[in-house]
Design a protein around this ligand. Structure first.
Ligand code: NAD
Length: 478
């Protein structure tokens, strides 16, 4: 890869915007500005969309499946070759511990490989119908797809939208968050170096309210694949309505972590803290509401706090660091407001609640014990390293509380009783559940939310349904 790209990457090259509008990139670990990225204006967006439409009609839709698959495999190799550089930029840009950043870049490469392999395995069907003849379905690409992504897992989320969209034969306009544009711009350049023809993947940093909204309204953009807050998702749905635009939305969460008395408490207490504190709690799947069965409450909480105190919060470039800073001062202020609210209401802050360093947007992992169910820290998505723990005695009453939220993205259940695990898993209103683990994201399996956590599914073969139309053809037989 050549140098860091800081202009919109359109039609195979950096395009300097007509009007300068800089996003200053601040390293959240030391609060120092280290790069400036030019936001695209509406003019550059128009060039990107027109170019993507041309590339769709003249190039990508004319390629054979093998040519598409080979290109996606080549992009995966290019990503892997530049893993360390990409990971360093991610760490500098958003404060993610370097090892986590490396794992996420590797995940991005694997996602491209998965969808390269999927190109020839995604097809229509022949269907017996009641008239004499042959009925078949075709899977056809939509055209230009807009992918709008957040800052918390910028690279893997960009990859899990771009790769299936390209595999299904679409061209893509990728809009990263203004807080984390660097690896998205690099992906655009790497794809070109790997042999993807110009125009097929355009990368346009820009403000959500300008570029994101203009993309959503644009008649040539046939689908918006969005990950971000529920509030922005609702706005996209509204803007997409007049054109009946296809949308998929991956939104916020307030996921439960349910610990029964018969669980392996050692494992549950050892693994649960990082299920909410990893990525400084800035994770849509964060298990931020813990429900612990009464008879083991004290024991579990003691072990949970002991494990939490062992977590190393430090400079994200150090190998031993498990949690780095939060993305920004605003994000930390927001988390601290929730903590202060809990303090003011007289709740027990069992650990954390303070900053480990004066410099950088760090916040120690914070455990709030037994808040009320209408406390903001229990109800709202905090998107920071803050967890609330409550006890339960009765399974049905606990499940009512678990489901008493507009969200339904993820969750964990800890029990060694198989029937209980399945019974409870069926009753939790959530798109993704893990039993005796916290693992939520698998490249091969669908990922997405119930209720206000979203519409549609990313990942797995399910994602391809969202990037194609089904055409039914019937041939009469005489
Ligand atoms: P955000 O909604 O502020 O921004 C996400 C993206 O949308 C950014 O690229 C932003 O520029 C753009 N955007 C903002 N307003 C827009 C608008 N009106 N029209 C079009 N685009 C717009 O979210 P964020 O702060 O970047 O990310 C945090 C949120 O994302 C949290 O709520 C988190 O739960 C959610 N998230 C969900 C998932 C998931 O898979 N469900 C994954 C990661 C993050």
């Amino acid at each position: 890869m050549k140098a860091l790209i800081t202009d919109p990457f359109i039609n195979g090259r950096s395009l300097e915007p007509k009007e300068s509008n800089l996003f200053v990139q601040t390293n959240p670990a030391n609060e120092e500005d280290f790069a400036e990225v030019q936001a695209a204006g509406l003019g550059e967006l128009e060039i990107a969309i027109e170019g993507a439409q041309q590339a769709f009609e003249k190039v990508w839709s004319q390629c054979t499946p093998n040519q598409r698959a080979d290109t996606l495999f080549a992009i995966a190799r290019a990503i892997r070759n530049d893993k360390d550089t990409l990971a360093r930029w991610e760490t500098q840009n958003i404060g993610k511990p370097f090892q986590d950043a490396r794992d996420e870049i590797e995940l991005g490469a694997r996602i491209f490989e998965y969808y390269a392999g999927a190109v020839g395995k995604y097809f229509g069907h022949t269907i017996p119908v009641s008239r004499k003849g042959l009925n078949m379905t075709l899977r056809e690409p939509l055209g230009v797809v807009g992918a709008i992504v957040p800052w918390n897992f910028p690279f893997p989320i960009a990859c899990w939208k771009v790769a299936p969209a390209l595999a299904a034969g679409n061209t893509v306009i990728l809009k990263p968050s203004s807080l984390s544009p660097l690896t998205a711009l690099s992906l655009g350049q790497l794809a070109i170096e790997a042999g993807l023809p110009p125009g097929i993947l355009q990368v346009v940093p820009g403000r959500g309210g300008l570029i994101g909204e203009a993309m959503t309204k644009h008649p040539l953009v046939k689908k918006i694949s969005f990950t971000g807050s529920t509030q922005s998702g609702a706005r996209i749905m509204e803007l997409a309505a007049p054109g009946i635009k296809r949308i998929s939305l991956e939104l916020g969460g307030k996921s439960p972590n349910i610990v029964f008395a018969d669980a392996d408490l050692d494992q549950a207490a050892a693994e649960s803290p990082l299920s909410v504190f990893a990525n400084a709690g800035q994770d849509c799947c964060a298990r931020s509401r813990v429900f612990v069965e009464d008879s083991v409450f004290d024991e579990f909480v003691e072990r949970f706090i002991a494990s939490t105190r062992e977590i190393r919060v430090d400079d994200p470039t150090l190998a031993a660091t498990q949690i780095g800073p939060m993305i920004s001062k605003n994000q930390r202020d927001n988390a601290e407001t929730f903590i202060q609210g809990a303090r003011d209401a007289g709740r027990t802050i069992a650990c954390g609640g303070d900053r480990p360093f004066e410099r950088g947007f760090f916040l120690n992992p914070t455990v709030i014990l037994e808040p009320e169910t209408n406390d903001p820290c229990w109800k709202d998505e905090i998107f920071g390293p803050v967890v609330c723990i409550r006890r339960f005695k009765d399974e049905d009453a606990m499940l009512k509380e678990v489901n008493d939220t507009p969200y339904g993205l993820s969750g964990s259940i800890w029990t060694n009783h198989l029937n209980r695990a399945l019974r409870v898993a069926r009753k939790v209103e959530s798109g993704v559940l893990s039993i005796n683990t916290h693992s939520s994201v698998h490249i091969e399996a669908p990922f997405g939310g119930y209720k206000q956590s979203g519409i549609g599914r990313d990942l797995g073969m399910h994602a391809l349904d969202g990037y194609s139309e089904v055409k039914n053809i019937f041939i009469a037989e005489s």
